[in-house]
Design a protein around this ligand. Structure first.
Ligand code: PEP
Ligand code: MG
Length: 883
């Protein structure tokens, strides 16, 4: 088997298309090499090897060693050196590279091949002793941390002590001799921690590093990241080994990262940071504050350290040229890493850059305008789920701002919460339903869970490309990074800002758009849905076939959904309209009455309220379809629980509390979700359905008169499993319709349909369609009843199922295509066979889930219906599904 793919000197065995085999980094290094760009020669060990490694008890196949040795020779031949040969010293970097980029999740080792002997060769070759010993100590530090498991803090402590002792401020202030002493201390530390010396044999070092990369695929951080991003474990990671180039060879050397467009705003301008006389990890780790690439950006930022454009004009020009070529070649915004070794530019990475949702929209719309991509491609490029970020609030510009610090606007959106200083605390707060801002000096991959749990992230160190910034942008969380005037003290649990000391639990607001940190909670504004967002939505609307409706029952939700582009209401859950104080008493009276006369009396109180609710919804929806579902509560949701509640209802009904308590007990159900709910209520108590139908028809007449255009209500019967249930309820509805038409002297067009949310209904769909003019798939209940898993209790063990690989996705979040989906497909086909023009929709949570929406398109549903905030997501996902 071929496990190793070489690249270098303008040639490569792989290309960008080999991402699955070579990982993202390896495939793009090969591609850049073939494009003739300056890439240090190297080779990639395939992801297949990673799979084989784990399949065979963490061992390598026999033929790997020879392939690696040959590829190392090939690198040596290109650069005129040999690995492990002190006379012609070749040093390498070893990096991971999975198929999907996993920032900060995997590990990197630089300067590999150095030891007590070869460091002298490096000093001689480079003519720079200080550089050589700096490189060696970096190698010991990185290798010990990543491969040997000696915590990097040990080394940082030693270095801080040494610097303090000698009165140095910066790492670059240390001389060669001083680095040698630091190296001695480092090695002693390794020996002390491990009981064995730091490995001197370059081959041992190399295989140690390769093994560490493959092992890190299964470390806790990587597993968490994969889980959060739905990356399958089976993908594996590749390993990239490359000849070293040095950004730390003095003041004509540098290292940097850049985006071809601004990843936060999308602005079409080269954007990035670099550090003179440094190695790659320094930029990402936020150890020193980096400098701007362009003079323009430096002036805007008011930074005093010069830009790359100014100090390295030639390398800068070459870099600008390459960055533009790469963007055109990949037809997407690129995220680049580079090193300048003594004035010569080397490209270390290119990949499609992660970006905020806002930037993604702007870049897609701009690139379509530039003719680089089509409108269709622009629509396809936006991750529907990411639109959520844009729907986040921002700080009201007229709000008073009590600014206590300022950092970099690392990820947009504003967030308010209580200060916490650790990721575990953030998780605890989340568990208590409290909002937290995670405040850290800097974050590391160990903080992923806390960043997830927090509303927003604030760091006092690090740039726009620091871990906190990159990860927060990916998560769509507001983040302010590098707020250097703030002081975090973990020991005392305090944040000091402009003379004020805040502690854990104090409320702050961060503004990811301006980088400001504000004291207290601040008024927020709802997001702006115009500009690029509107363009993409408009293009999406031209492409999609399915309609998008919303699940809404309150006027506020209905209005919001319309502003997000909803084309009607797909589900109005009428039971939700009875929860406020005045209504719930009448509702309870109705439920608890044991004779029809009393029930009718209570229903009479509810009728006018329902009528005005519906009239308002019809007016807001102005002629768009509105589906109203008859009452479907498991009754326990409405039963009075406390003594106070029982007393209140008893008073209203004029019965004793004791009698009411008995009636409540009689109504108690062991399994209310499978109990007296849905159409079963209407069968037992048809007067309920009659009241609701009357309210709907009278409201339709009223709204029709008021708006001048007729309203065509769609009445939906829930939880039907037997055709005759629907027949029975429909007959009641038709009678009421006839009565209201006679009373009002108007004709009313209306539809009666049903939810398909029981397996029996799906199986009998061809018969049910004889009475139903539409089906709406209630995939929440359909999932619950198909799996026989309670939708209210499942999350605890479903998570275990996910961890054990029994299920890949929570079926209540993303439709189980193989099981529940098959029922949907079958029912849709059967329904159409009976009634070719039957209207088909979905109104379970899945109606707002992009993967499920793809399925709905495939099955040929007419519309999806989802909660208001998901409407833009559904519009986009429906377009992508139709394309
Ligand atoms: C469903 O079951 O999918 C549905 C939409 O109804 P509810 O969530 O109200 O049970
Ligand atoms: Mg349901």
């Amino acid at each position: 088997t071929k496990w190793v793919y070489s690249f270098g000197d303008g040639k490569a065995e792989g290309s960008a298309g080999d991402r699955n085999l070579l990982g993202g980094k390896g495939a793009n290094l090969a591609e850049m090499c073939s494009l003739g760009l300056p890439v240090p020669p190297g080779f990639t060990i395939t992801t297949e090897l990673c799979t084989s490694y784990y399949a065979n008890g963490r061992t390598y196949p026999d033929d790997l060693k020879a392939q690696v040795a040959e590829a190392l020779e090939a690198i040596g031949a290109i650069v005129g050196r040999r690995f492990g040969d002190p006379d012609k010293l070749l040093l390498v970097s070893v990096r991971s590279g999975a198929r999907a980029s996993m920032p900060g999740m995997m590990d990197t080792v630089l300067n590999l091949g150095l030891n007590d002997e070869t460091v002298a060769a490096l000093a001689r070759d480079s003519g720079d002793e200080r550089f050589a010993y700096d490189s060696y100590r970096r190698f010991i530090q990185m290798y010990s941390d990543v491969v040997l498991g000696v915590d990097h803090e040990h080394f940082e402590e030693i270095l801080e002590d040494e610097k303090a002792r000698r009165g140095h401020e910066l790492d670059t202030d240390l001389s060669a001799r001083e680095w040698q002493e630091v190296i001695g201390l480092y090695k002693a530390k390794v020996d002390e921690e491990l009981g064995s010396p730091f490995p001197q044999d370059p081959q041992e070092q190399l295989w140690g590093a390769i093994g560490a990369v493959f092992s890190s695929w299964m470390n806790h951080r990587a597993i968490t990241y994969r889980r959060l991003h739905d990356i399958p474990e089976s993908w594996g990671t590749a390993v990239n080994v490359q000849a070293m180039v040095f950004g730390n060879m003095g003041d004509t050397s540098a290292t940097g990262v850049a985006f071809t467009r601004n990843p936060s705003t999308g602005e079409a301008r080269l954007y990035g940071e670099f550090l003179v006389n440094a190695q790659g990890e320094d930029v990402v780790a936020g150890i020193r504050t980096p400098q701007n690439l362009t003079e323009e950006a430096r002036i805007e930022a008011g930074a005093d350290k010069p830009s790359m454009e100014k100090v390295m004009p030639e390398a800068f020009a070459a870099f600008v040229d390459i960055s533009q070529r790469l963007e055109r070649h990949y037809r997407d915004m690129q995220d680049l890493e580079f090193t300048i070794e003594r004035g010569k530019l080397w490209m270390l990475q290119t990949r499609s850059g992660k970006r905020t949702a806002k930037a993604a929209l702007k870049i897609a719309v701009d690139m379509a305008a530039e003719g680089l991509i089509t409108k269709q491609e622009a629509v396809a490029r936006i991750d529907p789920a990411s639109l959520d970020q844009l729907l986040h609030p921002t700080i009201d510009p007229s709000a008073k701002r009590d600014v206590i610090g300022i950092g970099l606007p690392a990820s947009p959106g504003a967030a308010t919460g209580e200060i916490v200083f650790s990721s575990d605390e953030a998780e605890e707060m989340r568990a208590q339903n409290r909002k937290a801002i995670l405040v850290r000096v800097e974050t590391s991959p160990e903080d992923i869970h806390g960043m997830h749990a927090a509303e927003g992230i604030l760091t006092t160190r690090g740039g726009m490309t620091s871990h906190a910034a990159v990860v927060a942008r990916g998560m769509g969380k507001p983040c302010v990074s590098g707020a250097g005037t703030l002081r975090v003290d973990y020991k005392t649990g305090t944040l000091t800002a402009m003379g004020q000391t805040l502690k854990k639990g104090d409320v702050i607001t961060i503004d990811g758009a301006s980088g400001q940190v504000l004291k207290g909670a601040v008024p927020m504004l709802q997001p702006e849905l115009s500009g690029d967002f509107a363009s993409i939505m408009e293009w999406a609307d031209q492409i999609r076939r399915m309609r998008v409706r919303t699940n809404a029952e309150t006027p506020a939700d209905a209005r919001m959904a319309r502003s997000f582009g909803a084309e009607g209401i797909g589900l109005c859950r009428t039971e939700h309209m009875f929860f406020d104080d005045e209504r719930i008493v009448a509702m309870r009276e109705m439920i608890l009455s044991d004779v029809e006369k009393d029930r009718r009396a209570a229903l009479a109180k509810l009728l006018p309220m329902q009528r005005s609710d519906f009239a308002e919804l019809f007016e807001i929806m102005a002629g768009l379809p509105v589906t109203i579902r008859l009452l479907d509560p498991p009754l326990h949701e409405f039963l009075p629980k406390s003594e106070d509640e029982i007393a209140e209802v008893a008073r209203a009904m004029n019965v004793s509390a004791e009698k009411l308590r008995q009636r409540t007990e009689a109504l108690h159900e062991f399994n209310p979700m499978l109990g007296h709910r849905g159409c079963r209520l209407a069968v037992s108590y048809p007067e309920i359905a009659e009241m609701q139908a009357r309210a709907i028809f009278e409201a339709a007449v009223e709204a029709g008169k008021k708006t001048g255009s007729p309203v065509v209500p769609e009445i939906m019967v829930p939880l039907v499993g037997i055709m005759k249930e629907l027949d029975y309820v429909k007959a009641r509805i038709d009678e009421v319709a006839k009565a209201v038409m006679e009373e009002s002297g108007t004709t009313i067009d209306y539809l009666v349909g049903t939810m398909i949310e029981l397996p029996r209904a799906a199986i009998r769909a061809h018969v049910i369609a004889e009475a139903a003019e539409f089906f709406s798939f209630g995939t929440n209940d359909l999932t619950q009843t198909t799996f026989g898993i309670s939708r209210d209790d499942a999350s605890s063990f479903l998570e275990t199922y996910r961890q054990k690989g029994i299920i890949e996705q929570d079926p209540f979040i993303s439709l189980d295509l193989e099981g529940v989906g098959e029922l949907v497909r079958m029912a849709a086909e059967k329904g159409k066979a009976t009634r070719p023009d039957i209207k088909l929709g979905i109104c379970g949570e899945h109606g707002g889930d992009p993967t499920s929406i793809h399925f709905c398109e495939e099955v040929g549903l007419d519309y999806v219906s989802c909660s208001p905030f998901r409407v833009p997501i559904a519009r986009l996902a429906a377009a992508q599904a139709a394309a």
